[in-house]
Design a protein around this ligand. Structure first.
Ligand code: MN
Length: 302
């Protein structure tokens, strides 16, 4: 150890781990040059069963530090695209509608800058403000909505802006295509039949996967992911796990096909409750955020 000179005025240039998605250094995490912007939304006040999704964004960002920047499937380096992580939004615990408005204002700001904008939840109510702000920029938007549940209740537990109503509020404004659904309320089934909403129940019937789903989508697509769409074998760390879900390979194959044939312009990844499952689940959620950025960028450049 060097002898002290008594001068402590300069901080030594030791290696640090930046607290952003992928632990990117300043030149790759800067807003101005970033391809994608990620907005952590640590809310779970509308969660109905096991809470803990408020810890999802921090767990996803921490796990992302272990991801390789190079994507083997696509042959691109996601870090080189530039990914900016914002500070987490402050929860508005008094009124879910005002929280949706807060998310919408943040997403709209970065969409207006031309960024691919992704929300890291938090419970799935974060999808409402995020999708509707993206719709403001892309009027022909459709929403590809992954979920074990239908989220089509008009109101649930006293609010119409909670995670039980996300697809309902979004579907009032633009086409929504639900994928992975395997449980729902009678009210929701009647709404689906009455409104003709596209739902791909899981497991899907016939041999039309994934093309049948892509045919339901408009040219600009917002991807909303409630991680409980995945099977609990691969994703147990969610508030309401439901058996019989999608596998990782099915989800990513569909997303890649969507990116090849449509344009993914925004997304959210919600409902990771890290304390409810193995630590590997945080890594899986981080990888999904990463794949959404990679698919969007790789196919946009073709
Ligand atoms: Mn949901």
């Amino acid at each position: 150890m060097a002898e002290s000179s008594g001068d402590f005025g300069e901080i030594p240039p030791v290696p640090v781990t930046p607290a952003n998605f992928l632990a990117l250094p300043p030149e790759q995490g800067a807003l101005a040059s970033a391809y994608a912007v990620l907005i952590p939304v640590p809310i779970d006040s509308t969660t109905s069963f096991r809470t803990g999704a408020r810890y999802g964004p921090a767990a996803i960002i921490a796990a992302s530090a272990a991801l390789e920047d190079y994507d083997l499937e696509l042959g691109i380096d996601v870090a080189e695209l530039g990914v900016h992580t914002t500070d987490p939004l402050e929860p508005h615990v008094g009124d879910p509608e005002q929280m949706a408005e807060r998310v919408a204002r943040a997403v709209y700001h970065y969409q207006a800058m031309g960024k691919l904008t992704g929300v890291i939840g938090g419970d799935h109510s974060a999808a409402i403000g995020s999708a509707l702000a993206t719709l403001d920029r892309f009027p022909d938007l459709s929403v590809l909505y992954f979920d074990a549940h239908a989220d089509l209740r008009d109101r649930y537990q006293g609010t119409g802006w909670g995670h039980g109503s996300s697809a309902r509020r979004i579907g009032e404004r633009c086409p929504v295509s639900l994928v992975g659904v395997r449980t729902l309320a009678q009210e929701e089934k009647e709404h689906i039949d009455r409104e003709g909403i596209s739902v791909t129940y899981w497991p899907p019937e016939g041999s039309g996967f994934p093309q049948d789903i892509i045919e339901t989508l408009t040219p600009h697509v917002y991807v909303s992911v409630d991680l409980d769409a995945l099977d609990p074998a691969e994703m147990a760390a969610v508030g309401t796990p439901e058996p019989g879900g999608m596998r990782w390979g099915e989800l990513t194959r569909l997303l890649r096909s969507v990116a090849e044939q449509r344009q993914i312009v925004g997304f959210d990844v919600c409902e990771l409750a890290p304390e409810e499952g193995p630590a590997a689940n945080s890594y899986t959620a981080a990888k999904l955020v990463y794949k959404l950025i990679a698919y969007s960028a790789a196919e946009r450049g073709r």
